[in-house]
Design a protein. Structure first.
Length: 636
């Protein structure tokens, strides 16, 4: 544990009086047409004009899903960011319309009494004209769908320890450009290690898998990438806007791409007798999402340099990696790759355009610009990406400090390292976004809520030692805005820090699961609804496992199918399938697919990073929420 700077003075950027986070409500359909060429439009917000840059998002299909229950099928689908605001829908079973009047107030329909195998499509109605059929519904005939996967063959380490493989973290992206999301799945050996643990590990494998189980490719990262939660953060996103996602990962000598081609030297073995890899070249590689082919490899930034300069000499702190995806120019996504958070931190931003990496900027806490300003030692075991200063461009919220879209430090609280952080519109009565974080350092607040724009501390809890878990979300309708709770605190807290009584039964993940906009608790292999006297079980998944030990996280959780509610993906107990669960509960709330809210979408991309954290959108979803804003987006 590293002790942070003793004085928690933020280093804020001045905030204009009366600033309000403006939310663009213009129909994205108009914007997408107007902006593909220019990238910019000016629209009226009250009596002021404001520039709004449309952001590149995935060109998705309707994502129709049918979830069977004893009473019938819940059919739900995506309201796309490129749909007009007044779009409505008809639902068809095998070509016969099943709804009596168009569906206008939501994007779901319960078809009472229908069998599990009923085949559904949806047709949008635009300007009174019914459009063509959507894709056919993905059928969750038993409440879930199994996507077949196949584990790599196990092996034996140089010191004679046998290992097998478990399906670990997953992400989603449209790898082949067909409008449907595909899985990117990390396979972790049973001897994967935390950086603090010595010992050899098996290789890490990453698969591209379609929803029907077709494996597009398998990448073997090789013996010179150690396996564990902190070594391989993979980013799957369409960086160049060609309609097909790429996959970015740190690689090394012996990495084998999806076509079988080897990066660097196939014979090199840089492992030392403790299993650490503290020498040899390190690369950042961009892989083709459809084929798994390595398209370009560049030197990883930063290089490890002198191992001890990162805080120890045996290899714990030097190999702590984080990764993300951010819209640094406000319109197109860039790759964020980082190293270090206990002492020195270096963050590199890369653009992928026309088949080539270009480094946009590098933030280094040891540079002359940043030395002595309190940015060192502030990183979490995770990061968040958000436009915290409402200038249209994303920032990197890196633990107790934030780096601006241009690579300059924006603010630091100097409150040090921690495990979990949550950025969102946690208090909708305040302008802008908030940030809730837990701390791992004795003498610092156990948890705190800050203004995400300036780092100004809004409230904090008593100091304590290692506070390993913390969550913020609107889980209780009885208090305005989000609630926050943590492992070392004894109470659920309001958005302003007041005690609300009983803490939830878990301090882990979140899910919008039932019909109301209040969020549910996701922990291990279950979903619960918070109650002041006890929590109610909504889902108990069977035949599956959670990941990452006591973190007990799913392979993935997020809005990946159907309406705005969130699916949960767990690997089956025998690691032969990804089991996808989706809500069977009808809702009257209509929200654009969260995949087209880029703060939420990039959160799905970084969810696999180190200690996984749940995604949050750029606007408030919860009890008493206003009409959800429409995104300003375009598709390639």
């Amino acid at each position: 544990m590293q002790h942070p700077h003793p004085h928690p003075h933020p280093d804020p950027r001045p905030r204009p009086r009366g600033h309000r986070r403006r939310r663009v409500l213009l129909s994205a359909l108009t914007v997408s047409t107007a902006l593909v060429g220019a990238g910019l439009t000016t629209l009226a917000t009250g009596d002021t004009a404001e520039a709004a840059t449309a952001r590149q998002v995935e060109k998705l299909d309707r994502g129709v899903v049918s979830v069977h229950t004893d009473a019938g099928n819940l059919v739900s689908w995506r309201w796309l960011g490129t749909d007009p605001g007044d779009v409505s829908f008809n639902v068809y079973r095998a070509g016969t319309k099943v709804n009596s009047t168009p569906v206008t107030g939501s994007t779901n329909y319960f078809h009472s009494g229908a069998p599990a195998q009923a085949d559904y499509t949806v047709r949008a109605i635009v300007g009174g004209v019914e459009q063509a059929d959507s894709v056919h519904a993905v059928q969750l005939r038993t409440g879930y769908k199994d996507v077949p996967i196949s584990p790599p063959a196990g092996g034996t380490t140089p010191d004679g320890v046998a290992y097998t493989y478990e399906a670990n973290d997953a992400s989603v992206a449209d790898l082949d450009g067909d409008g449907a999301l595909d899985f990117v799945l990390k396979w972790q050996p049973t001897n994967a290690k935390d950086n603090s643990q010595s010992g050899y590990t098996g290789n890490t494998f990453v698969d591209g898998v379609k929803l029907d189980g077709t494996r597009l490719w398998r990448i073997d990262l090789g013996r010179n990438i150690r396996s564990g939660a902190h070594y391989t953060q993979f980013q799957a996103y369409d960086y160049d806007g060609d309609g097909k996602a790429e996959v970015a990962m740190k690689t090394a000598d012996g990495t084998r791409d999806g076509t079988g081609a080897v990066i660097g030297s196939s014979s090199a073995d840089h492992r030392n007798s403790s299993g650490y890899i503290l020498s040899g070249p390190e690369f950042l590689t961009m892989f083709n999402g459809q084929t798994g082919k390595a398209m370009q490899s560049v030197d990883y930034v930063p290089a490890r340099g002198t191992v001890s300069s990162w805080g120890d000499s045996y290899g714990n702190r030097v190999d702590r990696f984080l990764a993300g995806t951010a819209y640094l120019d406000g319109a197109r996504p860039s790759v964020i790759m980082a190293r270090g958070y206990y002492t020195r931190t270096v963050i590199a931003a890369w653009d992928w355009r026309n088949g080539t990496f270009t480094r946009r900027w590098t933030f280094d806490t040891t540079s002359s610009t940043n030395t002595g300003k309190g940015y060192d030692g502030q990183g979490n075991h995770s990061l968040s990406i958000a436009d915290v200063d409402a200038d249209g461009r994303d920032e990197i919220v890196y633990g107790a400090m934030t780096v601006d879209d241009n690579g300059n430090g924006l603010w630091t609280t100097r409150l040090g390292h921690g495990d979990a952080g949550h950025v969102g519109d946690l208090n909708p009565s305040r302008a802008g976004l908030e940030y809730f974080k837990v701390s791992e350092s004795t003498g610092q607040p156990g948890s705190w809520m800050a203004d995400a724009r300036t780092g100004q501390i809004l409230w904090q809890t008593a100091s304590g030692a290692d506070n390993g878990r913390g969550v913020a979300a609107d889980i209780y309708a009885g208090s305005a805005g989000a609630e926050a709770w943590s492992a070392s605190d004894t109470t659920l807290r309001s958005a302003t820090g007041a005690s609300l009584g009983r803490e939830p039964s878990s301090i882990n993940f979140l899910s919008w699961w039932d019909g109301d906009p209040v969020r549910e608790l996701l922990d291990g292999t279950r979903v619960d609804k918070y109650g002041t006297s006890g929590d109610t079980r909504l889902l108990t998944a069977s035949g599956v496992h959670s990941n990452n030990g006591t973190k007990a996280t799913p392979a993935l959780s997020g809005d990946i199918l159907g309406d705005w509610r969130e699916e949960v993906v767990w690997p089956t107990s025998n690691n032969t399938a990804l089991r996808v669960y989706s809500t069977p509960v009808e809702t009257t709330t209509k929200i654009t697919t969260l995949l087209h809210d880029t703060m939420y979408r990039t959160a799905l991309a970084w969810q696999n990073t180190a200690y996984n954290q749940p995604p949050h959108p750029s606007f408030f979803i919860g009890n008493g929420m206003p009409t959800a804003p429409r995104p300003t987006v375009y598709t390639p």
